[in-house]
Design a protein around this ligand. Sequence first.
Ligand SMILES: Nc1ncnc2c1ncn2[C@@H]1O[C@H](COP(=O)(O)OP(=O)(O)OP(=O)(O)O)[C@@H](O)[C@H]1O
Ligand SMILES: [Mg+2]
Length: 215
Amino acid sequence: MGPNGAGKSSLGYALLGHPNYKVTSGKIIYKGEDVTRLPVNERARKGLFLSFQYPSEVPGVSMANFLRTAVNARRDKKSPMPVADFVKQLKETMKTLKIDESFMHRYLNEGFSGGEKKRAEILQMAMLRPEMAILDETDSGLDVDSLKVVAEGINRLMNPETGVLLITHYQRILNYIKPNKVYIMMDGKIVKSGGAELVHQIESTGYESIKAVAQ
Ligand SMILES: Nc1ncnc2c1ncn2[C@@H]1O[C@H](COP(=O)(O)OP(=O)(O)OP(=O)(O)O)[C@@H](O)[C@H]1O
Ligand SMILES: [Mg+2]
C-alpha cells in the first residue's frame, strides 16, 4: 500500500523488466538468482507474473489465442499443452471466475468494462499459475460481487509455493484475503511494515501520520 505516486506500479514494472524502467542500482533476486537483466519473457518463464493496474486492449488477438500462446510459452517447447486440455482448463477457470465463455473469442480486453478487464487479469493468472504474482490494484473498480470472485481467484492461488504481492488502496479486500505481511511504500521506499492492523491504522489516520513517524 502507499499513496498515489509512491512508486508501487513502478516497482511492479521494474520487477518484471518493463522496458521503460531502468534499474540504476540494486538487484532483483528471485529464488536466489539475479534476474535484474533478464528479458521479460524469461522472467515470466521463471514464474513471475504482473497483473496491470490499467490492462491494455489488444485488438486482433483473441483471449483464447493469447492465453494458449502464453501458457505454452511457459512450458517446454517440445510439450505444448494439448488443445483439448487447454480448452477444458480454460472453460473450468472461466466458470469459477464467472466469466462468460463467449469472452474467449473476444479480442483481449477490447471493449471490456473495467471490472471485466480485472477478471481477465485473474483468468490469466489462474491459467499461467505463476509462482510470484504481483497484482496491481486488481481490486480497484470492482463491484461487491466481482470483488468476491476476484478475491476467491487470488485465494485459490495462495499456497506455500506461491507468493502474491497485492498492491491495493482499499481495506475492503482484506475482508476476503488475509495478508501475511503489509508494507507501506512512500516516495519510492518501504517506510513501514506490519500486519493487517496497519491497514486499519491507515484507514483511520492516513499516510501522513506514518510519514511523520518514519522521518
Ligand atoms: N516514465 C516516467 N518518467 C518519469 N516519472 C515517471 C514515469 N513513469 C512514472 N513516473 C512517476 O513515478 C511516480 C510513481 O508512479 P507509480 O505509477 O509507480 O505510482 P503508484 O504508487 O503506482 O501510484 P497510484 O496509487 O496512483 O497507482 C509518479 O510520480 C509518476 O508520475
Ligand atoms: Mg499504480
